[in-house]
Design a protein around this ligand. Structure first.
Ligand code: SF4
Length: 371
């Protein structure tokens, strides 16, 4: 890493050139027009797994629904999840909601203005805490994400693995040691440089405002950096999805509070090795002890971050169970309770829009033909 004491002049040039470039080149984003910590918080949480350009309509919709921390705290979890729909990684929305309630209860509705307080809130880690504290309150703390690690690796020609905690810690310390007075602007400038110029592939070094001091550019090693251990491989799971219909309504189950798609509504699903509908029929037996044979509807595929679901979709039409429906204690439209501990509901298609339904299933609904 570049020694900050020995290279003070170079560091000063880096700060000035980067800040000047940022003033002119930064993208015109809705959350850049404000120092409101609530807006910055929402945008930073959304940006954790979503490209900035993609998240703008989601950000605008979320802020329109919940313009203040109070409105977010007062909303129900379903309303918050619904407003988050399409962004994935729903634990982010749940953490936002919980943190908003804590801010209202413990801080009178005002976002804490210190990094050390911010990182106590659910879902706010060192990066987000640093971004809010430096951008909204100009506290001299760093905000180091993947973009920033890439820029530092290349600028300092560092071959240390940025996936390792010790590398991240060292780079965080280094950037903190070179923060100018305008700490928030500087943090944003490094992030913006990483997003627009020092990109993962084909960095635009000829346009780079800090090229003069860049050690990997001088050494011709830019394309080899940053060093990052291979990503965890995606695993593919074969799933059966059961769509149960009665009186024009579909049967949904609330997912558990932890794990994939936690807390969201879902069709009933079962992992399978065979894929002939019997695994999902057995799973649905928790709610409906008597069922007709499954009707194959079609297949679908959904990619999560580390898992791919290859789904075979089966329909179960309770209306066709002549003579049994009325007598059966579980086959009741609008049922809210079943044998399982999980919350369940029958919903008409017109009601589904108001439910927090994962994209994997809303895609299915859009393709659903009658059965
Ligand atoms: S010169 Fe190239 S590698 Fe160096 S910081 Fe700029 S864009 Fe990145």
């Amino acid at each position: 890493m570049l020694d900050t004491k020995e290279n003070q002049q170079q560091i000063q040039i880096l700060q000035t050139d980067l800040l000047k470039w940022f003033e002119k080149a930064q993208r015109n984003l809705p959350f850049r027009q404000t120092k409101n910590p609530y807006f910055i918080w929402i945008s930073e949480i959304m940006a954790q797994q979503t490209q900035i350009d993609t998240l703008i309509p989601f950000y605008n919709r979320f802020i329109a629904n919940f313009p203040t921390v109070f409105s977010l705290a007062l909303a129900s979890e379903d309303e918050v999840i619904k407003a988050w729909e399409g962004l994935g990684y729903y634990s982010r929305a749940r953490n936002l909601h919980q943190a908003a309630r804590i801010i209202v209860a413990d801080y009178g509705g005002l976002m804490p203005d210190r990094y050390t307080e911010l990182i106590k809130l659910p879902g706010i880690g060192p990066y987000t805490g640093g971004a809010i504290a430096s951008i909204a309150f100009n506290e001299p703390v760093s905000a180091v994400d993947g973009n920033v690690l890439r820029v530092i690796s290349r600028y300092c020609n560092s071959f240390d693995d940025i996936g390792e905690a010790k590398t991240k810690k060292r780079m965080t310390g280094w950037i903190e040691s070179i923060l100018p007075e305008a700490a928030g602007n500087f943090n944003e400038a490094v992030m913006e440089l990483g997003a627009l110029i020092c990109t993962p592939q084909s960095p635009k070094c000829l346009l780079c405002p800090i090229r003069n001091g860049c050690q990997s550019d001088a050494a011709g090693t830019t394309e080899q950096l940053p060093v990052k251990a291979k990503k965890q491989k995606q695993t593919t799971k074969r799933m059966e999805v059961g769509i149960v219909k009665q009186n024009g309504r579909l049967f949904f189950v609330r997912r558990p509070d932890t794990g994939l798609l936690s807390g969201m509504w879902s069709f009933t699903i079962a992992e399978t090795m065979v894929g002939n509908g019997q695994d999902i029929k057995k799973k649905l037996g928790e709610y409906f002890p008597e069922l007709n044979e499954p009707i194959f509807i079609g297949t679908s595929r959904h990619v999560f971050s580390h898992i791919i679901w290859e789904m075979s979709v089966y329909g179960f039409n309770l209306d066709s169970m002549v003579g049994e429906t009325a007598a059966h204690p579980y086959l009741v439209a609008n049922q809210q309770e079943a044998r399982s501990d999980r919350e369940t509901a029958f919903k008409a298609l017109s009601q589904v829009d108001d439910m927090a339904l994962p994209v994997a299933f809303s895609k299915l609904l859009a393709q659903l033909t009658d059965f």
